[in-house]
Design a protein. Sequence first.
Length: 108
Amino acid sequence: MEESQHEWSLAEQQLAREIFDRAYEREITALVKDVRTRSSTLERIEDLWQLHDFLSAKRHEIDGKYDYQYSVLLFVFARLVRDGWLHLNELEQLNTDKLSKIKALTRM
């Protein structure tokens, strides 16, 4: 019986969680570095409000991007590959159907 794209074995679930968390950590680490750089140049109140607006937008973007529901996880992984937070070789242990779908989605 062929596994549907929405069915995840226990091993795939564990791997997917590790991959998901790794990408999240990479993006958050980059964001913190960026915020440190931006905050070191604050001189005026307008600079502070710009940083606030930037952080609000990033929070919205990140909260929307990192959706750990198995029904959308292939799309999430494809976006993370496109955005540079994941590499396809990190996903090679997923079954071939899932990996093929992610590869196809990264080309969209």
